[in-house]
Design a protein around this ligand. Sequence first.
Ligand code: IMP
Length: 447
Amino acid sequence: MDGPRPSIVFVLWGTVMPNTIVVGAQWGDEAKGKIVDCLAQKAGMVVRYGGGNNAGHTVTANGETFKFHLIPSGILNPSVLCIVADGVVIDPAVLLKEISELTSRGLNPDNLKISNHAHVILPYHRILDHLEEARRGKSAIGTTGRGIGPAYVDKAARVGIRMHELIDPVRFEKRLRDVVSDKNRLLTRFYEADPIDVEAVLAEYQEYAKQLAPFVCDTSELVDKAVRDGSGIVFEGAQGTLLDLDLGTYPYVTSSHPIAGGACLGTGIGPTHIDAVLGVAKSYTTRVGAGVFPTELLDETGDYIRERGHEYGTTTGRPRRCGWMDALILKFAAQINGLTCLTLGHLDVLSGLETVKICVGYQYNGKVLDRIPCDLTNLIGLEPVYEELPGWSEELEYVTTIEAIPANCMMYIKRVEELVGVPVAAISVGPAREQTILMPGVDSGLS
Ligand code: IMP
């Protein structure tokens, strides 16, 4: 590519905040929370559109660090309306804990709204998540164990309980008794596990319902109003492109749709109202849980990246698997999400390496593949084809201008941009808002 192409966002919107989807371009944990928080400075609304408390979004602002699992990362900006939309599965206990943490740290949760269409995670979902993983044995997916998959299974099987039912005491009791009676048959007869005590669950969840009811409404109406007002909406993706149920590395995926298309499904907004799709990537690759990872580094370089990048899960604390940048993954993400631009994070982590590598193809069965195949998970013996670039020794943590980026680091950024075919709008050299450096000529709404 001959330099960044003119940004569609800039051409259409000038200084107005476009309706932007923020999507993970790899296997999750790309630090989307920080980018959402930056964009939220200009937006009127931030919408979390999918996943559940399997996600962990860390935001560092004004010297304080916040970790969110369900609450949108825009919440630190008091003028932003934050929506937990219909595509999210909600564990009420986790959401209430986050709300109470916010309150105890002086933040006001009044601008938080929860979709009445969103599905509720119940104790049997968590139990089934663990039982299913145990049953899979060596083929276990390495789920977060939060009941996410079973909650989405119930949604697709049309036996899920939604937020509007949770907050209706009569309807909730009827639905819960019906569902638990079926789940108990499954638990005791198929898994030979203990049954659920329906009375205990009822009492526990009725209490949650009382506390959550003031937040629950038809959020798609609020989103529609924000579209009409032109106040600027940020759609916050959870997980990443390759964890998408349809297009990810199936079956080692999550059970929802982290990709950009998932924002429309999970929010109740038409695709014609989306102006931009910003892909968030790390300068290397990480993955948690099982499944294929062509550029994984099982050596001291992998350990170096893990330790410098603090690559341990926000939700489960598990060490993340680390590896080199995979341009095929980013190219795939650019294609299926329709990325208008990209941010490249954690560049500071790569300082001190003699050389850095980018995967530009996969060698398999005597051929070089140049795109992610559908059955990537099953291609045993596949080997990455690397381009090797000189590394940089300078620490980047305190770099604040593009001019201060070491030449080799800039060469790396430009090569990634060229391989992916999407302009890099910003780079990131640390967790704080101030550690985001904008690339000239690409307006992503981040300025
Ligand atoms: P589940 O979403 O808990 O069912 O887990 C399915 C797969 O997605 C596992 O490999 C998890 O480690 C992975 N996963 C789920 N959420 C995240 C996330 O937020 N970041 C990274 N991986 C995730």
